[in-house]
Design a protein around this ligand. Structure first.
Ligand code: RB5
Length: 149
């Protein structure tokens, strides 16, 4: 898969780890910045990743800020993005399998590189399970998205 990765200054410390894991698993990375610890605004990077996913330029995205929260809130404002902060491996995989999560959000001030590695592995190794109940629930989420548009 092609994975878009975006971080703010708070997420920057985990960026190389995440990119290395993705590449070691054979995925290609669309690096959307930022490129240093200089202070920037997380919505800009959440938006860049979200737009890449929605447009199809990337298959999925990963956004990292200090907590993961701001990036998640911002990314979910985009039509077609299903982002969540997952700091446990069960959610990072099940979020894809049951909920078709397409953007993983991480907080570099909360977790370290070892857990980030496992979370990224769980996220990219999972695929949406097209069981009738999961598709039905996803369609209800998409209806909500239309209602709020
Ligand atoms: C940046 O200081 C910090 O607010 C940001 O990275 C993130 O944690 C927001 O949710």
């Amino acid at each position: 898969m092609k994975i878009a990765v975006g971080v703010d200054h708070g997420g920057f410390p985990l960026k190389d780890t995440v990119i290395d894991v993705l590449q070691s698993l054979g995925h290609s990375v669309l690096d959307l910045g930022t490129y240093s610890t200089e202070s920037v605004d997380y919505p800009d990077f959440a938006a860049a990743v979200g737009r890449a996913v929605v447009s199809g330029e990337a298959d999925r995205g990963i956004v990292i800020c200090g907590s993961g929260v701001g990036a998640c809130v911002a990314a979910n404002k985009l039509h077609g993005v299903r982002a969540c902060v997952c700091h446990d491996t069960y959610s990072a995989g099940q979020g894809v399998e049951h909920d078709d999560m397409n953007v993983l959000c991480l907080g570099a001030r909360i977790i370290g590189p070892a857990l980030a590695t496992e979370l990224v592995q769980a996220f990219v190794n999972a695929t949406f399970q097209r069981d009738e109940r999961f598709v039905r629930r996803l369609n209800k989420v998409l209806d909500l998205e239309e209602e709020g548009a």
